[in-house]
Design a protein around this ligand. Structure first.
Ligand code: HAM
Length: 465
C-alpha cells in the first residue's frame, strides 16, 4: 500500500467519507490454507496409494490394457457435449475459466469424453479393434465437500473401445473383481441396463406417466428432473421420492429385443465366470452417454459377527451407505456423437480416495515399507561428506541405508538409529576420516569394530547375511 493510502486509512472512514474519497479497506492478512474440498496426500498415506496403483496397473497390464495420459485441462465444450449439458456435473460442478486467449476451459470433471476425444483425434480407430486403454489422474468437481466427496479426487479409468459384444462388459467386471480381490476388499457389483435410445424413450414415457401423477409429492429437485431428465429421479436419495420409486416401472421390463439379448447374455457370462452381482434397476448413472449396461461397485460391510446374518440378506441391503467405489458402463454412441466413426465402448472409473478409505475401514493388509538396515553417522564436520559418500556407496550396492547429516551429536544420531531399528550404525569421526576407516556398531549388542572404508561393503554383506 502506498504511503498516501496508508495515511488516509489511518485517518479513518469518517475522514474518507467527508472528503468523498473512495473507501480504502485494510489489507486482509493472508494466511495460506488449502482450498475447500482439496486434500494434501501426506507421506504416511503414500503407502496406500502406491499399493493401490501398483495392484491396479499390474492387473490391467496383465489383461492387455495400454496406458494413456491425458491433459488436466480441456475445452469446456467437450464436457458440455460429452458428459451432457443437463447433468449435475456440467450444470453445477465444473471448474471453468477462460484462458488468456479467451478460450473456455474446464478442469476435467471426468475422463471419458477426453479419452474419446483422444481416440478420435489420434486416429486410434485405425488400430486393430478393440482398443484397451487405462488412465488415471485428478478430476475436479465443485461439490459440497463431505466424507468420500472431494472437489479434487483421483480416478483410475479402464476402457475398451471398438466392440459391442457383451463379453467385453463381462471382461471388465471380471478384471474389477480381480482388482478388488488383490486389494483385499469385499465389494458388490450393482448392475442395470439403460437400453438404447429407442427403448429408453418408451420407458421414459412410462416413468413420466407414473411420476407425473405424484409430481407434487416429489422433492423440488425431482420436480425439475421430471422435466429435464426424468431418469435422474431414480437416483434421488430423498425418502419421499424413494417411497414412490419403489413402485415405479422398471426399465428392464421395457428393453427392446436387442438390448434385452445383450443384457441376458451378459448376466449369463457373469454366472459362468462366477462373478457375484445384484440387479438394481435404480442405477441410472449421472452422465448422459450411457447405453445398455451400467454398474456401480459398492463396498460390503465386513462385520465378522454379522457375517452370517448378512449372507442371508439381499446384496443391495448389505452395502455400506451409497458411497460407490467406482462406476461405469457402455457408451456405444459417444464416439460417433463426438465426431468419430460409430464405435461401441465400455468402461469404468474407480475412485482412488474412496478405495483407500475403504481399505482403512476394512483394515485390509498393506505391505509395509521395508525399514532401513544401516545408519551412517558422523562426528565431525570434516567427516560429513565421507559419510554421505559411504551412504551413496551402500545405496548403490542395494542396501537400505539412511543418515541424518544435519545432526552434530553422535548421541542424537544413535538415538535416531535406535528408533529406526537398524541392525548396524557406521560411525565416521575425525580419526576415522584421517585413517580412512569406519566404526561398525552392532546396534543390538553394542559391539564396535573398526574396518577400512574400502572394505565396508564386503563387511556389511557378511554381517547382514
Ligand atoms: P462417476 O460415477 O462419475 O463415473 O465416477 C466414478 C467414481 O469416481 C465414483 O464411483 C467415485 O468412486 C469416484 N468419485 C466421483 N466423484 C467423486 C468425488 N467428488 N470425490 C471422490 N470420489 C469421487 C465417471 O466418472 C465415468 N467417467 C466412469 C466411466 C469410465 N464410464 C466409462 N468409462
Amino acid at each position: 500500500m502506498s504511503p498516501r493510502k496508508k495515511k488516509i486509512l489511518k485517518r479513518g472512514k469518517r475522514y474518507q467519507r467527508a472528503r468523498r474519497l473512495p473507501l480504502i479497506k485494510k489489507e486482509e492478512k493472508y494466511v495460506p490454507h488449502i482450498l475447500r474440498g482439496m486434500k494434501d496426500i501426506l507421506p504416511a498415506d503414500q503407502i496406500y496409494w502406491d499399493f493401490v496403483l501398483k495392484k491396479m496397473e499390474e492387473a490391467v497390464r496383465s489383461y492387455g490394457f495400454s496406458k494413456i495420459t491425458l491433459p488436466i485441462l480441456e475445452d469446456k465444450k467437450l464436457f458440455e457435449k460429452g458428459t451432457g449439458r443437463t447433468t449435475e456435473i456440467v450444470e453445477k460442478q465444473m471448474f471453468n475459466f477462460s484462458d488468456q486467449s479467451g478460450t473456455p476451459i474446464a478442469l476435467r470433471p471426468e475422463g471419458t469424453p477426453q479419452l474419446v476425444r483422444a481416440y478420435i483425434e489420434q486416429g486410434m480407430d485405425n488400430l486393430p479393434q478393440p482398443v484397451k486403454l487405462y488412465h488415471f489422474g485428478q478430476r475436479f468437481r465443485y461439490e459440497r465437500p463431505q466424507s468420500g466427496r472431494q472437489r479434487e479426487f483421483w480416478q483410475f479409468d479402464i476402457d475398451i473401445l471398438g466392440s459391442e459384444k457383451p463379453i467385453v462388459d463381462a471382461e471388465i467386471l471380471l478384471l474389477l473383481q480381480n482388482i478388488f480381490q488383490e486389494l483385499g476388499l469385499k465389494i458388490n457389483f450393482e448392475i442395470n441396463s439403460l437400453g438404447c435410445e429407442n427403448c429408453r424413450k418408451v420407458y421414459r414415457n412410462k416413468l413420466v406417466a407414473y411420476l407425473g401423477g405424484r409430481r407434487n409429492k416429489l422433492c423440488p429437485d425431482c420436480q425439475k428432473r421430471l422435466e429435464v431428465n426424468p431418469l435422474r429421479v431414480l437416483d434421488c436419495k430423498e425418502q419421499t421420492c424413494q417411497f414412490f420409486l419403489s413402485q415405479s416401472p422398471q426399465i428392464i421390463d421395457w428393453l427392446c429385443e436387442e438390448c434385452r439379448a445383450h443384457f441376458t447374455r451378459l448376466l449369463e457370462y457373469l454366472d459362468e465366470l462366477e462373478i457375484i452381482y445384484s440387479l438394481n434397476s435404480r442405477i441410472v448413472r449421472g452422465l448422459d452417454y450411457y447405453t445398455k449396461t451400467v454398474f456401480e461397485i459398492l463396498p460390503k460391510r465386513v462385520d465378522k459377527q454379522k457375517d452370517q446374518q448378512l449372507e442371508a440378506q439381499p446384496a443391495h441391503e448389505i452395502v455400506r451407505g451409497q458411497i460407490a467405489l467406482g462406476g461405469g458402463g457402455r457408451y456405444d454412441n459417444l464416439v460417433e456423437f463426438l465426431g468419430g466413426r460409430s464405435t461401441p465402448a465400455c468402461g469404468v472409473a474407480l475412485g482412488l480416495e474412496r478405495i483407500i478409505e475403504e481399505l482403512k475401514a476394512q483394515s485390509a493388509k498393506i505391505p509395509k515399507i521395508k525399514s532401513p538396515q544401516i545408519f551412517v553417522a558422523q562426528i565431525s564436520e570434516i567427516a560429513r561428506s565421507t559419510a554421505l559418500k559411504i551412504f551413496e556407496n551402500l545405496r548403490q550396492e542395494g542396501f537400505r541405508a539412511t543418515h541424518n547429516l544435519s545432526k552434530d551429536s553422535l548421541k542424537t544420531q544413535l538415538e535416531i538409529a535406535n528408533k529406526l531399528k537398524v541392525k548396524f550404525s557406521l560411525i565416521i569421526g575425525h580419526q576415522e576420516f584421517l585413517n580412512k576407516t569406519v566404526i561398525i556398531r552392532d546396534m543390538n549388542s553394542g559391539n564396535q569394530e573398526i574396518v577400512d572404508q574400502a572394505k565396508i561393503v564386503r563387511e556389511i554383506k557378511k554381517r547382514l547375511k
